[in-house]
Design a protein around this ligand. Structure first.
Ligand SMILES: [Zn+2]
Length: 119
């Protein structure tokens, strides 16, 4: 895959993530409005719990999307300074196969595993 194709793919992915974050944002502010309208005398516990859970799922999704977006920016930056495809941590090649699946990967499989274990 050449650099311009890659950049295009990353920019498309970035667009998709930004849209997802915006949608989740809209969801979140909507659920905030909903809960503030609720009267304290008319609270159905189960319903409130479900709303809270929805909110938490949205927040997690938003966190993930935000993290991916940051990673895409990082990958684009690496593309510019010709370190794309090299691991941020150990400097070894990330590997063609891994980049095919996740073009925004900035860590090799080994370092990624380490990072996840230390989380
Ligand atoms: Zn590495």
């Amino acid at each position: 895959m050449d650099r311009e194709d890659l950049r295009q793919r990353l920019l498309e992915e970035r667009e998709r993530m930004a849209r997802e974050i915006a949608e989740l944002d809209a969801d979140l502010s909507k659920s905030l409005e909903d809960s503030s309208e609720e009267s304290p005398y008319d609270q159905h516990m189960a319903e409130t719990a479900a709303v809270t859970l929805d909110r938490e799922i949205d927040l997690t999704l938003q966190d993930n999307a935000q993290a991916t977006l940051t990673q895409i920016d990082r990958a684009l930056h690496k593309l510019d300074n010709a370190t794309y495809g090299l691991c941020d941590n150990c400097g070894k090649p990330i590997g063609e196969g891994r980049l095919q699946i996740a073009p925004y990967a900035t860590l090799c499989v080994d370092c990624k595993r380490l990072q996840e274990r230390n989380r």
